[in-house]
Design a protein around this ligand. Sequence first.
Ligand code: SAM
Length: 378
Amino acid sequence: MTVAQHVGEQKIVEKSLQEIETLRGFVHIPAKGRDELFGDLSVPSVVTLNGSPARLDRYGRIWSPLLRRYAKGTQVRISKTENGFLIEPANNRERSVLINHEEKHALSPSDREATANNRLYFRAGSVFIYNDDILTTDVIENKSIDLIVTSPPYNVGIEYADYKDNIPYEEYLIFTRKWLAKCYDLVKNDGRLCLNIPLDKNKGGQQSVCADITTVAKEVGWKYHATVIWNEQNISRRTAWGSWLSASAPFVIAPVEVVVVLYRENWHKRSGSLKSDIARNEFISWTNGVWNFSGESRNKIGHPAPFPIELPRRCIKLFSFIGDTVLDPFLGSGTTLLACAETNRAGIGVEINKNYCEMAKKRLESSGIYQRKLTPEG
Ligand SMILES: C[S@@+](CC[C@H](N)C(=O)[O-])C[C@H]1O[C@@H](n2cnc3c(N)ncnc32)[C@H](O)[C@@H]1O
């Protein structure tokens, strides 16, 4: 539905975004609302959308990558500003997340530093833990990260302290879209993302989790490079056969997870020290996209869903240079930062729960982090 209206002197068009618009990053102003909104603007022309460069084409479409961060069907309000347009969700809940997100662009370096100090839970050399929400955090500068290695909540009913892990699947994908959009802003143009997620979901209705998250990632701008199959080798006793020895409704379960490898603009990495520390045998073995190593024990670590250090270690050595900055937006027990300290990368972890921040801090301390001298050159 499209509504063109006047609020005081301001002209506003309201519409629900189509899938193609969120996929490709444009908003098509319907003919009915165009005169109201465009006034005497010539088309095509260069304009701004929420302060960022955008393009208005002759068909009445405003193009901007910012639009890719919305979910299809989001009701938005578009209004005219001095140099272009402002778009905001009509719905309050969506708005608070997106506006928080956009406001951070306005933070001065000193404001960011003050916020960062406020949120900083622990620091040792170039390894930082922030007790914050990745959706709204202001502590990390845009385009400052070389590599993200992370495992987000899987929405499989794990009992996290500050996160509900059994929300409706559609809602989970909206949460996924938001954090993927946020992380997209944080990486450099040749920045990368190694995303550890399940291949699929069997409990509470089958879902193609890996395919769906990869699609959402591409919609917010990430480019696809590869998928590694991680064979966790956890040969647990199976009880859910569906229909035993019958074709009526058997269950098929692949006991693997994946690491989806994505990047922002350019796969060829030209920033950083350009110095690698990967051994010949590691390179040969890890570029084979089937990885075989065991999962981590929850009891041993004390966190409900840790990954083993081997996972971030491989991603870091394969996809970043010595001295690069690595981010884990869902830090949990701090495994990615342990791998950063071990491989001489700067590391930033964001974790919403204070107890998990403490756990990560303790793990770093007992790994001898203070004895390590982290330098950009290794
Ligand atoms: C799958 S666990 C990560 C485990 C981690 N890889 C490890 O080895 O311990 C996901 C973590 O994300 C945290 N989390 C959930 N929502 C978050 C948010 N919005 N911002 C930051 N952390 C969040 C949870 O508290 C949980 O610790």
